[in-house]
Design a protein around this ligand. Structure first.
Ligand code: C2E
Ligand code: CA
Length: 273
């Protein structure tokens, strides 16, 4: 049964929210070498009666009800606390999803300050992911925010590329270091008559021309991996490598990763295309 509005609203406003929100981390991998590029931090809401509620449900709701300041604050605090406990070898880049329309410029700066003024994380390690749709809804304020925070040392990724109002002017006018191809394109690559490889090739060329790197989301099969590698896609994330996991699982995953990658690379090179 879908969760009702009142339950969502009461839950998000409850004092217990801080304990119920969890951050899961999904590794992002360099496709040529298998090296770890970083992690995307993804929120989870472990509700006492409703079970695990997907961010796809509660984030849009929180945006609508002006609760993103509190939620993003909890996210940043948790990321900071959890990263402080990670072994240095697993500490790399950390990608955070932000909703600029529901987080005014000053609020976001206030939230980012404690996250990046510690010994644990510096701002060069933080990639802020903004969806195309968010930029489309609020082009002027999103643009100003991106330019200002870029000048303060933050890096930006254009998220869910291809699903929204894919405007190439975003790549021309805004300083994105990274472009993330939405998983719907990657998953279609496996379809026999899909033309998505043509689109992905074109996206890669355009991104490279603008000096941006491309991260493919939703890599689920060895065939996807081989296709993306052969197209020179820089990095990727997906269930083939790892599902998003709690901070406590990261070190264990990282230890076994070289073996997993060798097997994947070997099997992918023998996969039928
Ligand atoms: P997103 O930013 O596009 O994040 C990627 C989503 O794809 C994640 O879903 C991830 O679990 C999923 N994914 C990754 N690899 C695969 C794969 O191989 N197969 C499939 N089927 N899915 C894969 P998730 O964690 O459910 O998050 C959904 C959306 O919620 C995110 O989409 C993002 O837009 C939003 N979100 C999550 N955390 C936050 C947050 O802290 N702040 C904001 N503003 N939004 C967030
Ligand atoms: Ca994202």
């Amino acid at each position: 049964m879908p969760i009702d509005t009142r339950t969502l609203l009461n839950g998000l406003r409850s004092a217990a929210l801080r304990d119920q929100l969890e951050v899961h981390y999904q590794p992002i991998i360099l496709l040529r070498t298998g090296r770890l590029m970083g992690y995307e931090a993804l929120l989870r809401w472990s509700h006492p009666t409703e079970g695990m509620i997907s961010p796809d449900i509660f984030i849009p709701f929180a945006e609508q009800h002006h609760m993103m300041f509190e939620i993003t604050k909890i996210l940043f605090e948790k990321v900071l606390t959890e990263q402080a406990h990670w072994n240095h070898s697993v500490q790399t880049m950390i990608s955070l999803n932000i909703s600029p329309s529901s987080l005014p410029e000053d609020d976001l700066s206030t939230l980012l300050e404690p996250l990046t003024s510690t010994d644990t994380i510096n701002r060069k390690q933080v990639i802020l992911e903004i969806t195309e749709t968010a930029i489309f809804e609020n082009p002027v304020s999103s643009g100003a925010l991106i330019h200002r925070l870029k000048s303060e040392g933050f890096t930006f990724a254009l998220d869910d590329f291809g699903t929204g109002y894919s405007s190439l002017t975003n790549l021309r006018d805004l300083p994105f270091r990274e472009l993330k191809i939405d998983k719907s394109f990657i998953q279609n690559l496996d379809e026999q008559h899909s033309n998505d490889h043509i689109l992905i090739d074109a996206i890669l060329s355009i991104a490279h021309a603008f000096g941006a790197i491309v991260v493919a989301e939703g890599i689920e099969t060895k065939k996807n991996l081989l296709q993306l590698k052969s197209m020179n896609c820089y990095a990727g994330q997906g269930f083939l490598f790892a599902k998003p996991m709690p901070a406590s699982d990261i070190e264990g995953w990282y230890e076994q990763w070289p073996v997993q990658w060798r097997q994947l690379a070997h099997q992918a090179s023998h996969a039928m295309i």
